[in-house]
Design a protein around this ligand. Sequence first.
Ligand SMILES: C[S@@+](CC[C@H](N)C(=O)[O-])C[C@H]1O[C@@H](n2cnc3c(N)ncnc32)[C@H](O)[C@@H]1O
Length: 271
Amino acid sequence: MTIDPAAFHEFEHAGWERAAEHYADVFGDVTTHMAAPLLDAVGAGARTRLLDVATGPGFVAAAAAARGAIVTGLDFSPAMIADARRRHHGITFREGDAEALPFDAGSFDAVVMSFGLLHLARPEAAIAEAHRVLRAGGRYALSVWAGPETAVGFGIALKAIEEFGRANVPLPEGPPFFRFSDADEARRTLEHAGFTNVDVRVVPLTWTLASADGVYDALSRGGVRTSAVLRAQTPEALAAIRGAIRRSTERYQQGDRFVLPMPAVLASGTR
Ligand SMILES: C[S@@+](CC[C@H](N)C(=O)[O-])C[C@H]1O[C@@H](n2cnc3c(N)ncnc32)[C@H](O)[C@@H]1O
């Protein structure tokens, strides 16, 4: 299948404009835990000039500001930028594309991207842009989800779609969602972009949900690709998928909560 980067970019943009009002509620509890590992990986502290690419609701940007960093959050979705501005005052948020950053070369000491890379039509372009806007010696860190065999929320949803619905629905083709979950691929790509001291490791996040429908709700409202796949199912298939995801989630019940392993891969390097 050939990828039309412009079509995929447009599909993701429209998807994030739609998902923005739900994203923080359904994914915020898990993705906020990535902020500290990412900021530690770039050595963010007082006066660090830091760019948070694909900032979404601005979780990492806010955590960096709390460390005294001088922060800019960037996202291509106006709805996300509006949400980030509502949540965090005193941080600069601006619209822009990760694949063509609106900054001069060498503008930042640190660049981070939390769960953004897997949504990009041209991930290599975004990594090259991060390299360009970093000063020599500056640090880059990004996170993506681990593969569905260990990131349980994705694993149970993909299995349910495969079993009860149609995974192969007509959508603009994008790069493989789990491409950078592979540590070797992440390392190779950062090194190819010119980063040194590349480190790739797994961060054992967990996703705590109040309801066994939490995974379905999150993926159907707060995501893009899986959300589009779900919207393309028949009502009967959708009901079966939802039931299967619920039953799988129930296996992770602890007291009145559902606690799912959602490891992430953290890759970092020096400009
Ligand atoms: C999964 S969310 C991650 C949000 C936040 N960083 C977090 O960790 O929760 C992905 C974000 O990437 C943004 N995004 C996707 N493609 C982008 C692009 N080409 N340029 C800038 N932002 C992009 C989306 O609008 C969305 O806010």
